[in-house]
Design a protein around this ligand. Structure first.
Ligand code: BG6
Length: 291
């Protein structure tokens, strides 16, 4: 890790380069985290004495303008393909734009690092609105990730968003996801809608579902004997994704066998749950991860 000298940071926080990109690492008694300025993408959260919680593909690319495969990409201001223009980047532009690092603080043993993205020529070319988006990563007894969007335009802002979190698991075949019972979902693989009846979701094939749910989820990882709890606020949809064998093979930045080691549980506002902000208003999507 190469540090930049001369910057005033909270104790335990260092600016560095990883994979050739600017990043910020924070370490305290609770654990450590690593966030790239590129997309303000959190790629590592390791609670003290435990295994890393987030998954990062060994085939990820780390280049300006390209999405990093793993960690917590920010999807904004749309989710998935753009509604009317398939040439626009999937999941919006936030994950491929450089965010500005705002700095760090340490309060009662909890470290916070913050990043911002404001509208510029490149974002206006894709989405003609004025906005300020901030990502705060807070390392305490749990990890808190906040994505805050402020409408700086004269018009209403209407957007989708997600903290597209890739969790590291021991073996997807021994994972159960709890917390979605009773929620309606759109199944993007089967092309249908349904109601989740089972209390535990298990994984035996490609899974790509958008749940109408603001409830917390629990990832029960049998192989590791670990439970990860994903709690959230300001989010009305939960996306659950694992590409499985064929789709993993089609993705150049995803190892063929890596689907066994990850599960995405994404805290989102998509489709009908999209966010509408009057001029000057702000919205905060907050995810708390413990495990
Ligand atoms: C998920 C979507 O959120 O992200 C999937 O529901 C998609 O449909 C996946 O395949 C990965 O998207 P991308 O653009 O990072 O390859």
């Amino acid at each position: 890790m190469h540090s930049w000298p001369g910057t005033e940071e909270a104790p335990g926080v260092v600016r560095c380069h990883e994979h050739g990109l600017e990043a910020v690492r924070a370490i305290n008694a609770h654990g450590s985290l690593l966030v790239f300025c590129h997309g303000a993408q959190l790629v590592d959260y390791t609670p003290e004495g435990r295994a890393p919680v987030l998954w990062l593909s060994r085939q990820s690319r780390f280049e300006n303008g390209v999405a990093i495969r793993g960690g917590v990409p920010i999807c904004f201001p749309w989710f998935g393909a753009h509604a009317s223009d398939p040439k626009k980047p999937a999941h919006g532009f936030a994950r491929t734009r450089p965010f500005r690092y705002l700095g760090s603080s340490l309060t009662l043993g909890t470290t916070k690092v913050s990043f911002e993205l404001v509208a510029d020529e490149a974002t206006r070319a894709l989405w003609p609105f004025e906005f300020r988006a901030c990502l705060h990563a807070v390392l305490g007894p749990e990890l808190v990730v906040e994505f805050e969007v402020e409408n700086r335009d004269q018009r209403e802002l209407d957007f989708e968003e997600a903290l597209h979190t890739y969790f590291s698991v021991g073996n997807i075949g021994q994972v159960a996801l709890e917390g979605l019972e009773g929620a309606g979902y759109a199944d993007k693989v089967a092309g249908m809608s349904a109601l989740q009846r089972e209390s535990r979701l298990t994984f035996t094939s490609e899974t790509d579902r958008v749940y109408q749910s603001s409830a917390p989820c629990r990832i029960v990882d049998g192989a590791r004997g670990r439970e990860i709890v994903v709690d959230k606020s300001g989010s009305a949809t939960t996306v659950v994704w694992n590409p499985w064998i064929e789709k993993a093979r089609r993705m150049s930045d995803f190892g063929d066998d890596e689907y066994t080691a990850m599960l995405c549980v994404e805290s989102a506002n998509t489709g009908d749950a999209r966010v509408r902000l009057a001029p000057g208003e702000k919205h905060v999507l907050r995810v708390t991860i413990s495990g």
